[in-house]
Write a protein that binds this ligand. Structure first.
Ligand code: BEZ
Length: 160
């Protein structure tokens, strides 16, 4: 079952590429005491994710932060090196934290996994965005059937 508004973000470990190498990021540390926007995508460098979803959050980063968001994070079932390269390709500096859920453990804990094996992509993350305040979900938008509305930056911004 997918996570819902009012639920607490599950504990898991994500990975962030840093100049010193891959760094473990515990979701407990990422979310505790902060207002966090987390969005998930089916894959780094994939068409909608690169053309619309990630750039939208970069464009709206200042507006989101002006409304009290401390951290904007992007996750995908990819490794940390791919997430870093995708961020660099998009010209991201520190607007959005690029996080890897390489084995899909957090994605599955959120109940947001989908099986794209038939498309040669294995288990991936559904396109979604959520807002969590001190680890509790206050907004959740999950895209089903190829839509791109509930999880886009402008929608998240309107809901804050
Ligand atoms: C997309 O860009 O929306 C996408 C790409 C590959 C698989 C699923 C979605």
């Amino acid at each position: 079952m997918a996570i819902a508004t009012g639920d607490t973000i599950p504990e898991a470990k994500l990975t962030q590429a840093t100049p010193e190498g891959p760094r473990e990021v515990a979701t407990a540390d990422l979310f505790a005491g902060k207002t966090v926007v987390l969005f998930g995508v089916p894959g780094a460098f994939t068409p909608t994710c690169s053309a619309k979803h990630l750039p939208g959050f970069v464009q709206q980063a200042a507006a989101l932060k002006a409304k009290g968001v401390d951290t904007i994070a992007c996750m995908a079932v990819n490794d940390a090196f791919v997430m870093k390269a995708w961020g660099q390709d998009q010209g991201i500096t520190d607007e959005v934290v690029m996080l890897a859920d390489g084995s899909a453990a957090f994605t599955k804990a959120l109940g947001l996994d989908m099986d794209l094996t038939a498309r040669g992509m294995g288990v991936r993350c559904k396109r979604f965005a959520l807002v969590a305040k001190d680890g509790k979900v206050s907004y959740l938008g999950i895209e089903e059937g190829g839509t791109f509305e509930a999880s886009k930056a402008e929608t998240v911004l309107e809901g804050l």
